[in-house]
Design a protein around this ligand. Structure first.
Ligand code: NAG
Ligand code: NAG
Ligand code: NAG
Length: 317
């Protein structure tokens, strides 16, 4: 029993993650983590919205599958409300979607939480942030303080990840089963549904991004190399341009959707990793009652259609 603990403590001193990223440093991990998922303005092409903003249910299931509960973060609320919510949740997920990542309410709220997360982590309060697809892009805009994305031909394609040498020792991938990492590097597992990307070129030329994020994998649309996975050096911030939540939970029948056992396992390992990061802080709601009122269980997802981008959506006003 002793050796692994000692080994972990030793490597904690050597490794390069954010202060406090090693679980061994935590006397007590939080076994009741709650993740905030940010809502966004409805898709213009949504034929039957039941509110003015939404969260795709696949993101909720994705988080729940890894042992955390979900609280929706609604757009267009006051900063006072957001600060209170930030101090009540253990992590933030910025989902995919289709809003303007410079001017939307989604962006406004993401920026508020991003600043709170930076401040918290700087003060030794370990608060993880995860961005998927649009969430990845949003994080790049927030860190660079400008939009450096460029058009790519990646609207519906599953790809293998081209890992960089540092992926092996990254916080995100180092505990993945070796066999799964190999499969991820060979098979068309990661679903890409984006027409904008952060190119390696623009990342390399931007000091803010380069200092902040370590590139874990790249991909190409045949013409341009773009970043598909990255993690921050000094913050527990993670961004994937691909969609781990779709493999187990979305069923639209189109190219790029991967439902193989390896794709589903990949989904679980990413969710489980992120939730393990969220176990490292003790944020909590001020009372049981406040917590009950905030949880996603207060809302009912609507079945859209198996032909819609999202098979089920939660809606908010
Ligand atoms: C934001 O909230 C205010 C007041 O609650 C409301 O008047 C306004 O229409 C909302 N804006 C959007 C874009 O939902
Ligand atoms: C770099 O970013 C600019 C926006 O600042 C964008 O117009 C351009 O297409 C990007 N170039 C590449 C190669 O990513
Ligand atoms: C993976 O996808 C690429 C691009 O769509 C395709 O050319 C290739 O044949 C696929 N590979 C496999 C093993 O399915």
């Amino acid at each position: 029993m002793f050796r692994p603990v000692i080994a972990l403590l030793l490597t904690a001193g050597l490794c390069c993650g954010p202060p406090g990223s090693e679980a061994a440093q935590y006397r007590q991990l939080n076994d009741r983590p709650i993740i905030g998922i940010l809502a966004q303005e409805n898709l213009p092409k949504d034929p039957s919205p039941h509110g003015t903003s939404y969260i795709a249910a696949s993101y909720v299931k994705y988080i729940e599958s890894a042992g955390a509960r979900v609280v929706p973060i609604r757009i267009n609320r006051t900063d006072v409300e957001y600060v209170k919510l930030f101090n009540s949740i253990n992590g933030l997920l910025l989902p995919g979607g289709d809003v303007n990542i410079e001017t939307s309410q989604f962006t406004q709220t993401a920026k508020t939480f991003y600043k709170l997360a930076i401040k918290a982590n700087d003060a030794g309060d370990y608060f993880p942030v995860w961005g998927t697809c649009q969430g990845f892009q949003q994080l790049s805009v927030l860190t660079a303080n400008k939009n450096l994305l460029t058009h790519t031909d990646t609207e519906a394609v599953a790809l293998p990840l081209s890992f960089t040498p540092v992926a092996q020792t990254s916080r995100l991938f180092r505990h993945f089963p070796k066999g799964l990492l190999h499969t991820l590097s060979q098979e068309n597992i990661t679903g890409n549904f984006h027409s904008w990307s952060l190119s390696m070129l623009n990342y390399s030329r931007n000091a803010n991004l380069k200092r902040f994020y370590k590139v874990l994998s790249t991909n190409t649309d045949g013409k341009l190399e773009f970043i598909s996975t990255m993690e921050a050096y000094r913050y527990p911030f993670y961004a994937v341009q691909w969609h781990p939540e779709k493999s187990p939970f979305e069923w639209i029948n189109k190219p790029g959707m991967a439902h193989s056992a390896s794709a589903v396992q990949t989904s679980f390992y990413t969710a489980s990793f992120f939730v393990s990061e969220a176990r490292k802080n003790q944020h909590r709601f001020s009372s049981k009652d406040e917590e009950e009122k905030a949880l996603i269980y207060n809302y009912t997802p609507y079945f859209k259609s198996s032909d819609f981008y999202f098979v089920q959506n939660y809606y908010f006003d």
